[in-house]
Design a protein around this ligand. Structure first.
Ligand code: ATR
Length: 310
């Protein structure tokens, strides 16, 4: 860092350096394993586009190395970090404070530094809602069916309930997990707006009939996953959904999952998971830099990274 006696060097802070002469600072995505993350592919061009001296790296972090990394993160060379599987809950428990969303979701995907303190945020909810807006679906008053009951389902449920959804049903292969998630949400939201059930035709059909929105948060249909060629709902079941409903799949690889393919073939509106991935990253970028993210540029780089995978 350049300093002279008439302009004393400022104390180290977590403010983003404004001048290119300032030392490069780091951000990263941490997770384990991390081989498939495309976050560096769309985050680095965003920092470069704004001329910010920041490097975004993928830092594979086995669980036993997480405490040491969080100590390192407090150092001035770090601007902040993205957090992915399996660390989202552990980081939520380890930071100094949480945003409202992160507290409600019980998971952190972004750490921002404020004067040396680590603040846990969750931009998955905002990313999901922005993807919904892109697909011309207003969550206010909507009745939604969520497939799956993991961390992604929880972020989606919180996003919808915070945005004024009328009703949210969580259907999961392991019904006890869906019930636990709904019981947990009922501590913060009106239980009258919530229901849980198994991922079975007789339960899912009535929920579909009354839904304007279905969201897949399971890993079914994900490339290289255990059920890559499958859909979480049988195509015949989908017909129970009202004609103007939206089918939203959080899976972003492939761009069109078997579920979305079936939905599109039946004339439903669809939304894939890549925009949500980019939007949560753009929200993280804005938390770190305080500047608007170049979202279109990030989307283009995200699409390019996925195209190279195919
Ligand atoms: P995340 O936290 O990323 O949401 P997760 O906690 O591993 O991921 O949850 C994965 C979700 O996909 C779960 O709802 C899981 O169902 P179970 O709770 O019954 O395991 C769901 N899932 C995974 N494989 C599935 C399959 N073959 N059929 C139906 N659901 C499946």
């Amino acid at each position: 860092m350049i300093s002279n006696t008439s302009h004393p060097e400022p104390p180290v802070s977590s403010e983003l350096p404004r001048r290119s002469a300032d030392a490069v600072r780091f951000t990263a995505v941490i997770g384990y394993p991390l081989a498939h993350s495309i976050s560096p592919r769309f985050q680095q061009p965003a920092f470069d586009h704004l001329g910010l001296p920041v490097r975004y790296i993928a830092r594979e972090t086995p669980p036993e190395e997480l405490p040491a990394f969080l100590t390192e993160l407090r150092g001035p060379q770090w601007l902040g970090v993205n957090v992915t599987v399996p660390h989202k809950e552990a980081v939520a428990a380890a930071v100094d404070d949480l945003s409202t969303e992160a507290r409600l979701i019980g998971a952190v995907n972004t750490v921002r530094k404020e004067g040396g303190r680590l603040i846990g945020h969750n931009t998955d909810a905002a990313g999901f809602l922005r993807g919904l807006t892109d697909a011309a679906c207003d969550p206010q008053g909507v009745s939604a069916l969520i497939l799956g009951a993991g961390g992604a389902a929880r972020a989606v449920a919180v996003a919808l309930l915070q945005a004024g959804a009328r009703h949210v049903t969580v259907a999961n292969r392991t019904v006890s997990r869906a019930e636990r998630l709904v019981a947990n949400l009922a501590a913060s939201f009106d239980a009258a707006h919530l229901a849980a059930g198994p991922l079975q035709a007789e339960v899912v059909r009535p929920a579909l009939q009354g839904a304007e929105l279905v969201i897949n948060t399971t890993t079914v249909g994900m490339a290289h996953g255990p059920a890559a060629a499958a859909a979480p709902l049988a195509a015949a079941l989908l017909t129970s959904l009202p004609r103007d409903a939206l089918v939203y799949d959080l899976v972003y690889n492939p761009a069109e999952t078997p579920l979305l393919q079936a939905a599109r073939a039946q004339g439903y509106r669809t939304q894939g998971g890549l925009p949500m991935l980019i939007y949560q990253g753009a929200a993280s970028f804005e938390l770190w830099t305080g500047q608007p993210a170049p979202v279109e540029l990030m989307l283009a780089h995200g699409r390019q990274a996925m195209a190279e995978r195919e």
